[in-house]
Design a protein around this ligand. Structure first.
Ligand SMILES: *Cc1c(COP(=O)(O)O)cnc(C)c1O
Length: 228
């Protein structure tokens, strides 16, 4: 299977899952997770219709941003971001999906203010309470969103979740469903720079289930780039 064949198969599956989604009219955005894959493979995915890319490590992201400089290819940060790396990416990435602490929000605010840019972010939620995963506990999210009044250079556009790697993907439904409920609940918080536009959940192994439970954005790596 080529990258092109992989993408067209994924699109078909997404369309089928979308019919079962609570908002079937809403298109599902695909973030092509290009970590471990080089610039030529990213170009191959672009030729096959991929438009937005995700990377989880800053060291790997920077050379790719350099390679696509001036082409306006949007990259999203999807992995845990250390505060000392924020300066290198603010103003260069289209979104930070992995906002997981107040300290990180403060650092992004500081760097974005200095560059006079506004940074779109998603708040990462550790729905399954896994020790080894970053993200806010579900009960912390509302209080966190309320602090956005102090971050005029951040724009929260939704929530993000990395699901546990369970054998039976149906066992993930309660997590996806509960996050979708939070996504709906925080739609009208009345904080000017907080909206709930994107619900980023679902990866290669679980994107259909995530979409059926309300995802509007999926982050797909191996199912696109692996040439099986
Ligand atoms: C790697 C990664 C993905 C994509 O994983 P696949 O299983 O390869 O689709 C999605 N989200 C995050 C945060 C990742 O680090």
């Amino acid at each position: 299977m080529s990258i092109k064949e992989n993408i067209s198969l994924i699109r078909e599956r997404i369309e089928a899952a979308r019919q079962k989604s609570p908002h079937p009219e809403k298109p599902v955005d695909i973030i092509a997770v290009s970590k471990f894959h080089d610039v030529s493979e990213i170009r191959e995915a672009m030729a096959a219709g991929a438009t937005v890319f995700g990377e989880n490590r800053v060291q790997e992201l920077i050379p790719k941003l350099d390679a696509f400089e001036g082409e306006g290819v949007p990259f999203h940060v999807i992995g845990h971001l250390q505060t000392n790396k924020v300066r290198q990416i603010v103003g260069r990435v289209a979104m930070i999906q992995s906002l997981d602490s107040l300290r990180l929000a403060q650092e992004i605010e500081k760097r974005a203010a200095a560059k006079e840019v506004v940074v779109p972010v998603l708040v990462q939620v550790n729905m399954a309470g896994e020790d080894q995963k970053y993200g806010l506990a579900p009960e912390e999210v509302e209080g966190f969103l309320e602090q956005f009044t102090a971050f005029p250079h951040l724009k929260c556009e939704g929530l993000m979740f990395i699901a546990p790697n369970l054998d039976n993907k149906d066992d993930l439904r309660p997590y996806f469903r509960d996050l979708y409920k939070m996504f709906l609940k925080y739609k009208d918080l009345g904080i000017p720079n907080v909206s709930m536009t994107h619900l980023s959940m679902g990866m290669s192994g679980d994107y259909e289930v995530a979409i059926e439970e309300g995802a509007t954005m999926v982050r797909i790596g191996s199912a696109i780039f692996a040439k099986k």
